[in-house]
Design a protein around this ligand. Structure first.
Ligand SMILES: [Ca+2]
Ligand SMILES: [Ca+2]
Length: 368
């Protein structure tokens, strides 16, 4: 359990903001129109039949899996320990009921006490488990994410409105990902997740990977800030939920209590700490990382966990701008210099500025 320092609490609460009328109705409509012209694709596809094969390729012993899952190290696998590892579901969102059905199907829990002892786990043929998962009929609504999206370029040559939106939060967004436009139809959702992956020494950020010439085995999107725009008013549901916003402490396992999984945005949005109702033109922004106390990006802020609640009626359109910053300062600066060199080569651009988190903070507050 990680206790939250008082100043950090204050920072996080102050650093999540809602700005009404950030976009005009016309701008919202135009973004939706451009996204439709470009065409949207499913944000997540149904699991493929390769699942069994792929899982068999993974060389990890049954004992290692058990230890990995046994979060509280009591030699038993509680339901929530199994649920926390969503990857087990192969893209499918696993509910407590799903896990129980699976236990029954593969006879994983012969004594029927709801937890798997090491002995029970050892008896289990992991292959049966994969076979069972592979045989499950999966619908879009069973996935972690049920939406469609596209990416809209915002740089030189883009529609003037697209460039203007980027200008409104200038420099910081300059070299970040394009605008992601997402459509949730009725029945759509996105279970609670982090926009940015945890950064370990062996992880590289997607945006700096090339420039820094890193050959790291893992890659993640390093999204320091998320700016989410609501492009329409949703008839029913579709709120953005922050299940544990402003809790005093964070405990991964407390997200699942008595069969209530707070990350489940189809079932439990009403139990989340903070829900933001879509309002056309409103921008919401938050930080996905804490400060390292030295003016740079520190650890991932677990409290930034958020999701898109079930759309019960109508369609929901949103857009995301992410501000990419590498928690590794050297790599970020290298990336910035390279980008400025590119820009400079093109148009004799302005002086390369010192690029620090402090500057981006002040930029965000001024511009948004
Ligand atoms: Ca345990
Ligand atoms: Ca048992």
């Amino acid at each position: 359990m990680r206790a939250r320092k008082p100043e950090t609490l204050a920072v996080t609460m102050a650093h999540r903001k809602e700005i009404p009328d950030f976009l005009t109705e016309e701008e919202c409509k135009l973004i939706v129109h451009l996204a439709q012209l470009k065409g949207l694709q499913k944000s997540q596809i149904l699991p493929t039949d390769d699942y069994e094969e792929a899982m068999e390729m993974i060389e990890i012993s049954q004992m290692d899996i058990f230890n990995l899952l046994d979060h509280n190290q009591d030699g038993q696998l509680q339901l929530k320990e199994v649920l926390t590892h969503t990857r087990l579901g192969n893209g499918r969102w696993m509910t407590p009921e799903n896990i129980r059905e699976m236990y029954t199907a593969v006879k994983a829990d012969p004594d029927g006490n709801g937890v798997l002892s090491l002995e029970e786990f050892k008896q289990l043929n992991i292959r049966d488990f994969h076979k069972y998962m592979g045989s499950q009929k999966v619908k879009m609504s069973d996935l972690v994410r049920n939406s469609q999206h596209t990416w809209l370029y915002q740089g030189e040559g883009a529609h003037q409105v697209m460039r203007a939106i980027r200008q409104r939060s200038r420099e910081i967004v300059e070299h970040s990902e394009p605008l992601q436009v997402v459509r949730y139809d009725q029945g759509g959702h996105y279970h609670a997740h982090m926009d940015s992956g945890p950064v370990f020494p062996e992880t590289a950020c997607s945006h700096t990977k090339l420039v820094a010439n890193e050959s790291a085995p893992f890659e993640t999107s390093c999204r320091y800030v998320t700016v989410l725009f609501y492009l329409n008013n949703v008839t029913g549901g579709g709120e953005t939920v922050f299940p544990i916003a402003d809790n005093r402490t964070y405990e991964e396992m407390s997200l699942i209590q008595n069969d209530v999984d707070l990350r489940d945005t189809r079932k439990n949005c009403d139990k989340g700490n903070l829900r933001v109702k879509p309002q056309q033109g409103t921008a919401v922004f938050w930080y996905n990382y804490l400060s390292d106390g030295e003016g740079w990006v520190g650890e991932l802020d677990d409290f930034a966990l958020h999701g898109g609640c079930l759309v019960t009626q109508g369609t929901k359109w949103i857009a995301n701008n992410w501000i990419n910053v590498d928690p590794n300062r050297r790599r970020q600066l290298q990336f910035q210099q390279e980008m400025e060199r590119y820009a400079g080569a093109g148009a004799g651009a302005g002086a390369p500025g010192e690029w620090t988190v402090d500057k981006s903070y002040s930029g965000v507050h001024l511009e948004l």
